[in-house]
Design a protein. Structure first.
Length: 146
C-alpha cells in the first residue's frame, strides 16, 4: 500500500515538474521569438539603408529590333480604343490585361539595385543580425511541441 502511495506521489511530482518545465520553456520561446523579430527587423532596416535603387528606361530586344519601354503602352491604347468601340468583345480585354502586365514587368526590369560601399564591420553586423533573427524565428516557429 505504501509503495502505491509512493508511486502516486512520484507521478504527481513528475506531472508538476513537466508543467513547470513547459511553463518556463513557453516563456523562453516567446522571448526568443520577439528577440528574433527585433534582430531580423534591425538587420533588414540596416540593409535597406545601404541599398540604392535606380531606375532608367528599359529596352526590350525582340528579334532584330528594339522596343523601348514607352512603346509597351501602344497596345494598351489600342486595347482601350477597341474596348470602347466593342465592349462585349473578349479580345480588347485580353489586350488591356496583357499590356498592363507588360508595363509592370518593364517597370520592374528598369529598376537597378546597388549595394553601397560599406565597411566589413557593418556588412557582418547587418547580415549577422538578419541571420540570427531568422534563426531564432525559425527555431521558435518550427519547434516540435509535445
Amino acid at each position: 500500500m505504501e509503495k502505491k502511495n509512493n508511486d502516486i506521489n512520484q507521478e504527481i511530482n513528475n506531472i508538476k515538474n513537466s508543467y513547470q518545465d513547459n511553463k518556463k520553456s513557453s516563456g523562453n520561446e516567446l522571448l526568443q521569438f520577439f528577440i528574433g523579430i527585433i534582430l531580423l527587423g534591425v538587420g533588414l532596416f540596416m540593409l535597406s539603408k545601404r541599398v540604392m535603387v535606380h531606375s532608367s528606361w528599359y529596352v526590350w530586344r525582340i528579334g532584330g529590333f528594339d522596343l523601348s519601354s514607352g512603346t509597351v503602352t501602344i497596345p494598351l491604347i489600342i486595347g482601350i480604343i477597341w474596348y470602347f468601340v466593342n465592349s462585349k468583345s473578349l479580345v480588347p480585354k485580353i489586350i488591356i490585361t496583357l499590356s498592363i502586365i507588360f508595363i509592370v514587368i518593364s517597370i520592374i526590369m528598369s529598376v537597378r539595385i546597388n549595394f553601397v560601399t560599406t565597411s566589413m564591420f557593418d556588412y557582418i553586423l547587418i547580415f549577422g543580425m538578419a541571420a540570427a533573427g531568422s534563426g531564432l524565428l525559425l527555431k521558435t516557429l518550427f519547434r516540435k511541441r509535445n
